[in-house]
Design a protein around this ligand. Structure first.
Ligand SMILES: Nc1ncnc2c1ncn2[C@@H]1O[C@H](COP(=O)(O)OP(=O)(O)OP(=O)(O)O)[C@@H](O)[C@H]1O
Ligand SMILES: [Mg+2]
Length: 350
């Protein structure tokens, strides 16, 4: 807390009591035996609303036994955290988990803060209901994934238009120019127009390639990643080992697009962030799943509990969630290992 001098005129106890009662989080104070010795108004309302069977709102009860009586399958880490805090861990500690109550499931964020004085310890715990936030986050994730998917579809449509439509007209015009038998000035014009058409064609081909690599459609994910990775290695000078079986089976288009974009982003990250001169990229079937792995031997992820998340990592995660897959990203000493998992769905399914 940060206070001005005027605050010293107020009795600390009545002030603290009023503050604790005025917050919307459920607050309880525990002694060093982990027994509940005070609860706030919000806590009492929570107990009443959810018809929890708690004598005297839990005063005198061991908080860990109280937690164990709740239906909260993921709360064991929080309980262990509380034990660690009482055993000397500095804290504050924060956890999020779900509780299944008679009125329905809720998500809570619990914060444990320890205060010690003269060998005595108190723990202040605050439970906040973050159900609405969690639902909003999940809905946003679904919406973004759907958006990425729509973007892939749109790119594919534009790529096809460019490749099968516009590029064909240009090719036709170029062929006709070539067939013209002319002399003098007309021949000069013909050569210039032909050169322009050749440039336009190259640009359209490479644009349509970036929008939606034709190899993905024609040959499937394995050869498409190989082609993209070889081009990437050539342009960047990265010594890239590619472990992909030549006969890697074709899969459902949504899975292939998701994994292809993950491979592109992971390689771009190796080049931009790792500083590694070499890397490997592999694709293999693992039981019912397909595993795409990208490993570099560079600086590893930045220190800190959660790595800074750019658009790249968030996009990879969402693309995989959309096809019921997931991504694991970890420092691999040296370097980074990215593992993208997706259910193996043969072409034509899903
Ligand atoms: N192979 C890697 N080696 C080291 N650090 C990495 C690697 N991949 C990712 N990172 C770290 O993770 C961060 C997030 O990566 P992410 O791809 O999400 O964002 P970005 O590459 O910085 O930007 P963009 O949104 O354009 O992709 C990077 O800024 C970098 O610090
Ligand atoms: Mg990136």
């Amino acid at each position: 807390m940060h206070t001005a001098h005027e605050m010293s005129e107020w009795s600390a106890f009545s002030l603290h009591e009023s503050i604790i009662d005025s917050v919307t989080a459920n607050v309880a104070i525990l002694n060093d035996e982990c027994e509940i010795i005070a609860v706030n108004d919000a806590w009492m309302q929570f107990v009443d609303f959810n018809e929890l069977e708690l004598e005297n709102y839990g005063l005198g009860l061991n908080y860990i036994s109280f937690c164990e009586s709740l239906d909260a399958p993921d709360a064991s880490e929080a309980r262990q955290g509380l034990r660690d805090l009482l055993a000397g861990e500095p804290g504050p500690l924060r956890y999020e988990y779900q509780i299944f109550l008679t009125n329905g499931p809720i998500w809570v964020r619990v914060t444990f803060t320890r205060i010690s004085r003269d060998d005595r310890t108190l723990v202040i715990l605050a439970h906040e209901d973050i159900t609405v936030q969690r639902h909003a986050q999940a809905a946003l994730g679904r919406a973004t994934a759907a958006l990425l998917h729509a973007e892939d579809d749109e790119r594919r449509r534009i790529a096809r238009e460019l490749h099968d439509g516009t590029a064909q007209y240009l090719t036709g015009a170029k062929l006709m120019l070539g067939a013209m038998k002319v002399d003098g000035r007309a021949e000069k014009v013909r050569t210039e127009v032909e050169a322009l058409l050749v440039h336009a064609l190259e640009e359209i081909r490479s644009l349509s390639y970036v929008l939606h690599p034709p190899a993905l459609e024609e040959m499937g994910l394995g050869p498409a990643i190989r082609q993209m990775a070889e081009g990437f290695a050539r342009r960047t000078g990265l010594a890239l080992q590619i472990d992909i079986a030549d006969d890697f089976p074709k899969m459902a288009r949504t899975t292939e697009v998701a994994l292809y974009r993950v491979a592109q982003e992971a390689l771009a990250n190796v080049h931009r962030h790792s500083g590694s001169p070499r890397a490997t990229i592999g694709l293999r079937q693992a039981g019912e799943m397909v595993l795409l792995s990208i490993r570099d031997y560079g600086v590893g992820l930045p220190d800190g509990a959660a790595p800074p998340t750019g658009v790249g990592l968030a996009g990879m995660r969402l693309r995989l969630e959309f096809v019921n897959g997931h991504i694991a990203l970890a420092s691999a000493v040296p370097g980074v290992l990215v593992e993208a998992w997706a259910p193996f769905l043969p072409k034509g399914e899903g």
